[in-house]
Design a binder for this molecule. Structure first.
Ligand code: KG4
Ligand code: ZN
Length: 333
């Protein structure tokens, strides 16, 4: 089954053709990062307008890259939430139009489920059940993936998402947008133990996250130094912040896996592109005799191949939308 998938929930306009949920026949991403850089973060209205300008070309390229026409695909899939509502609407409207004219089924996909399904693309042997940490600019969840269509959220953030904290700290350090790669690069020459930033465990289970505290602690550290006219060592601040976030994310993931008796863990979402986080989770998995999986960097950040993969499993479970499909900004798993 060949699915044309569209993703436009944030600042990437993306389309892909994916066969049977694993073979990526084409994967096109038009990123708006350069456009949003000057604002230090994604401006929702600007993102929506750019998606409108880009979406037709991106879809055309996804089809032409694999030598297919719309008639030759079997279904159209689209991310319908969560995300920026105006941005989501561009993908949803485009997918509805394509589905209507081609008379192909329309498959609605949850963005976070898409991120999780990215784990199946390069490693089809990696199958549920497993526990996945999904950390991106908008979400930080630990999800128990019981089978391809059964998900249970075990933990989430009570305030900022991990990626959001990376982006805000990067802005305060003057390192630019997106913050994750900038912090990772700057941290390379820093000492992760130079400053002990807070690690917070939230919720009854203690597995929930809070990243607003660590972000504020970094901002206060910088402001205090400025007031005393002290030079700060940016690399040490970046490395210590990255260490605090990595420590909390990896520990909660492993503790959840131990509590639920799972021997398989995975990463997903933009923050999963973080090298120290990947290495820490892999080392902890090894130490605890667990299997570890993580998509390659390009499949961690937003893309449409992961949506095409998730759509295959949704379709197999009978999930089909009609022309009333709408974008849902705060769609729950
Ligand atoms: O999944 P994604 O592309 O979009 C959302 O669904 O939000 O994630 C984007 C987020 C941004 O906050 C970005 O700073 C973060 O992922 N990110 C990283 C890295 N690469 C991207 N965070 C830490 N380390 C990285 N290498
Ligand atoms: Zn995402």
């Amino acid at each position: 089954m060949r699915i044309l998938a569209i993703e436009s929930s944030c600042d990437e306009t993306a389309a892909a053709v994916v066969e049977d949920g694993v073979r990526v026949l084409s994967n096109v991403i038009n990123t708006q990062i350069e456009l949003h850089k000057e604002f230090g973060g994604v401006v929702p209205e600007v993102a929506s307008r750019k998606h409108i300008e880009n979406v037709s070309d991106v879809v055309d390229k996804a089809l032409s890259d694999c030598g297919m026409t719309l008639d030759e695909v079997d279904a159209i899939a689209v991310t319908y939430g969560p995300g920026l509502v105006g941005a989501l609407l561009v993908g949803v409207s485009t997918a509805k139009g394509l589905s209507f004219v081609s008379k192909k089924p329309l498959i609605p996909v949850h963005h976070i489920k898409g991120h999780i399904c990215a784990n199946y693309i390069e490693n089809p042997d990696f199958k549920p059940p497993f526990i996945c940490l999904v950390a991106s600019g908008g979400h930080s969840h630990i999800v128990y993936v019981k089978d391809y269509n059964t998900y249970e959220v075990l933990a989430k953030t009570s305030d900022d998402a991990a990626g959001e904290a990376f982006d805000k700290v990067s802005r305060v350090l003057g390192l630019g947008y997106p913050g994750g790669p900038a912090i990772q690069e700057c941290a390379k020459s820093g000492n992760p133990d130079a400053i002990r930033f807070p690690r917070v465990n939230m919720g009854e289970s203690g597995f929930d996250f809070s990243f607003s505290g660590v972000k504020t602690a970094v901002i206060n550290y910088i402001h205090n130094a400025e007031q005393k006219a002290l030079e700060i060592n940016k690399a040490d601040v970046a490395a210590s912040f990255q260490e605090a976030v990595t420590d909390v994310l990896s520990r909660h993931l492993i503790d959840c896996a131990l509590k639920y008796g799972t021997k398989k863990i995975a990463l997903a979402g933009g923050v999963a592109a973080n090298k120290p986080l990947r290495e820490r989770c892999e080392a902890l998995a090894q130490k605890n005799g667990m299997e570890f999986n993580c998509p390659s960097l390009a499949l961690c950040t937003d893309n449409a191949a992961m949506i095409g993969c998730a759509a295959f499993h949704e379709y197999n479970a009978g999930t089909i939308a009609d022309m009333t499909l709408n974008a849902i900004a705060n769609l729950q798993i």
